[in-house]
Ligand binder design. Structure first.
Ligand SMILES: CCCCC/C=C\C/C=C\C/C=C\C/C=C\CCCC(=O)SCCNC(=O)CCNC(=O)[C@H](O)C(C)(C)COP(=O)(O)OP(=O)(O)OC[C@H]1O[C@@H](n2cnc3c(N)ncnc32)[C@H](O)[C@@H]1OP(=O)(O)O
Length: 132
C-alpha cells in the first residue's frame, strides 16, 4: 500500500496511496483495506507508547469516498489510557478532508501473548514490557 510512517511526538503520521489491488466499489478503496491500514498502523503507535497490545474493538466511520491512486494522510494518537485499556484514534484524510475515522480499544498484553502464534519473536521483544 506504499504506507510511509513517521513519529511526531506522541502521534504517528504517514502517507498511503491505495491502488487497483485495493478496489471495492469501482474506483473506490474497499472499506476493509481502509480498516486494515487504520488498525495495523496503530501497531506502530504501540511501539511509540512502549506497550504490547492487541485490538479488542475497532470502529470505523467512513466519511467520504476514498479514491484510488490518491495520496492520503494517516494520523494516529492515544486518546486515553485506563489500566490495560488503550483508547486509540486514527484518521485518514485527503487534503485536510476526513475520509475515515477510527476509534479502537486495544488491550495491553504480555509479550507471551504473541508467542501463541508459534513464531520466533525478535530478541528485543523480550525487553518489551506492557508498562502498565
Ligand atoms: C523495545 C522493543 C520494541 C520491539 C517491537 C518492535 C516492533 C513491533 C512492531 C509492531 C507492533 C507489533 C504488534 C502490535 C500488535 C498488533 C497490531 C495490529 C493489531 C492486531 O491486528 S491484533 C489482532 C486482532 N486482535 C486479537 O487477536 C485480539 C484477540 N482477543 C484477545 O486476545 C483477548 O480477547 C484480549 C487480549 C483482547 C482480551 O482478553 P483478556 O483475557 O486479556 O481480557 P478480558 O477479556 O478479561 O478483558 C479485560 C477488560 O477489557 C474489556 N474488553 C475486552 N474485550 C473488549 C471488547 N471487545 N470491547 C470492549 N471491552 C472489552 C473487558 O470487559 C474487561 O474490562 P473490565 O476490566 O473493565 O471488566
Amino acid at each position: 500500500m506504499g504506507l510511509r510512517l513517521h513519529v511526531d511526538g506522541d502521534c504517528v503520521r504517514g502517507n498511503v496511496t491505495f491502488d487497483d489491488r485495493h478496489e471495492g466499489a469501482p474506483g473506490i478503496v474497499h472499506g476493509g483495506a481502509i480498516a486494515t491500514v487504520l488498525d495495523d498502523t496503530l501497531g506502530l503507535l504501540l511501539v511509540v507508547l512502549g506497550t504490547p497490545a492487541v485490538t479488542a474493538n475497532l470502529s470505523v466511520d467512513y466519511r467520504a469516498p476514498a479514491l484510488l491512486q490518491t495520496e492520503m494522510i494517516v494520523e494516529r494518537w492515544l486518546e486515553q489510557r485506563v489500566d490495560r485499556k488503550l483508547h486509540l484514534r486514527a484518521d485518514l484524510s485527503i487534503d485536510g478532508q476526513p475520509v475515515a475515522q477510527a476509534r479502537a480499544l486495544f488491550l495491553a498484553v504480555e509479550v507471551a501473548h504473541f508467542e501463541k502464534g508459534g513464531r520466533t519473536l525478535l530478541p528485543n521483544w523480550a525487553d518489551w514490557g506492557p508498562s502498565l
